[in-house]
Ligand binder design. Structure first.
Ligand code: FES
Length: 161
């Protein structure tokens, strides 16, 4: 089914396009806005953005596949990104990722069967001084320990193993 933005988003799309000297420059903000509505960048979202910005579909696909913040498949209600870059790794980032995998019963890149959480590893999230850290949706959680991870996941209502 073709992607149809909500009336509010349709207005925002017009406003965003008007901000830039050329339509192509609006590609990133439009994809974010559409992903916000759909939860991911489906083929229909990509086709909508390409058509709206008069870009080849391949250009929009290139943008979606380059940036990890664009979801290429449906994701859970919440997204959990565990940093795996060196400063976090030196302070136990990998153990935190494995702990999340164990507690949620999924692997990196997977979504819990109830659709609540998608777990992902991420490159540096720019909070190295408080390593190890993870991002839950738009919030940072820092200086993590397994106990802190449990608190965060329980607050989320995750079905822990
Ligand atoms: S290395 Fe983890 S936030 Fe920078």
């Amino acid at each position: 089914m073709p992607f149809e933005p909500t009336p509010e988003r349709a207005r925002e799309i017009e406003e965003i396009i008007g901000r830039y000297p050329n339509k192509q420059a609006a590609c990133l903000p439009l994809l974010h806005l559409c992903q916000e509505q759909e939860g991911w960048c489906s083929d229909d979202v990509i086709a909508f953005v390409a058509q709206r910005l008069e870009l080849p579909t391949s250009h929009v696909v290139g943008v979606v596949t380059f940036y990890t913040l664009f979801n290429q498949k449906p994701v859970g209600k919440h997204q959990l990104w565990v940093c795996r870059t060196l400063p976090c790794a030196l302070r136990g980032g990998e153990s935190i990722l494995h702990y999340c995998e164990k507690r949620l019963g999924i692997h990196d890149g997977e979504t819990t069967s109830d659709g609540l959480v998608t777990l992902r590893s991420a490159e540096c999230l720019a909070s190295c001084a408080s390593a190890p850290m993870m991002q839950l949706d738009k919030d940072y959680h820092e200086d993590l320990t397994p106990e802190r991870v449990d608190e965060i996941l329980m607050k989320l209502g995750a079905n822990l193993r």
